[in-house]
Design a protein around this ligand. Structure first.
Ligand SMILES: N[C@@H](CCC(=O)N[C@@H](CS)C(=O)NCC(=O)O)C(=O)O
Length: 200
């Protein structure tokens, strides 16, 4: 399998982490989403949306969208709850991540950290809505060790991707202690280096 992604993109790391955890072999093809690579005809033939991540499966079929990719790879594993309600709660977090978390937190990280925009050049609602998303997670993680109760699921993989780097977007994780502890817990389970700032 060939996984096209950028090592700087949380969306791309999500399916990578799942494949690594499940011990599935694949080739990583580093693809920059800022330098025009995802607009080239050969890339658009893989994903007409012009976005990474996208994967070419062993039989040549294509799959894009980080959460769809994770769900495909994790089918039948303990990253997806078997209980129907818990599975639906996992989906609740996955859909929420794409609508209420990633568009604020990942976008602010991209504009501030990667594109070097000053705070006064950024849409002020990104900070407000991003903090609201972190507060929503804090509320849950004060009560349970993972987003879907006691089990580590794809909801945690999806949401840790940008939460662990939220400080690069100007968010203060020290204001969300339960989220901060959860990030460390999930990073350890994924076997990845801590991205949390020492004091932030
Ligand atoms: N909802 C998509 C978002 C993918 C996405 O936004 N990819 C970015 C990199 S993180 C990209 O390729 N951007 C280039 C573009 O949109 O032109 C997913 O979860 O896979």
């Amino acid at each position: 399998m060939k996984l096209y992604g950028s090592a700087y993109s949380g969306n791309c790391l999500k399916p990578k982490w799942v494949l690594d955890r499940l011990g599935v072999a694949y080739e990583w093809i580093e693809t920059d989403s800022f330098d025009g690579s995802t607009r080239k005809p050969e890339f658009l033939a893989l994903n007409p949306a012009g976005q990474v991540p996208v994967i070419v499966l062993e039989d040549g079929r294509l799959l894009a969208q980080s959460n769809a990719m994770m769900l495909h790879f994790a089918e039948g594993s303990n990253l997806i709850p078997t209980d129907a309600y818990d599975r639906a709660k996992m989906f609740e977090w996955l859909f929420w991540e794409q609508y209420s978390h990633e568009p604020q937190i990942a976008v602010r990280i991209a504009r501030k950290h990667f594109l070097g925009k000053r705070d006064d050049e950024l849409d002020p609602s990104l900070l407000v809505k991003g903090n609201a998303a972190l507060a929503r997670m804090e509320l849950q993680l004060k009560q349970t060790p993972f987003l879907v109760g006691g089990a580590f699921t794809l909801a945690d993989v999806a949401l840790v991707a940008y939460t662990r780097k939220a400080h690069l977007g100007g968010f203060e994780l020290k204001d969300y202690p339960a989220v901060r502890r959860w990030v460390a817990r999930v990073e350890e389970l994924l076997g990845i280096e801590s991205a949390l700032p020492a004091n932030g």
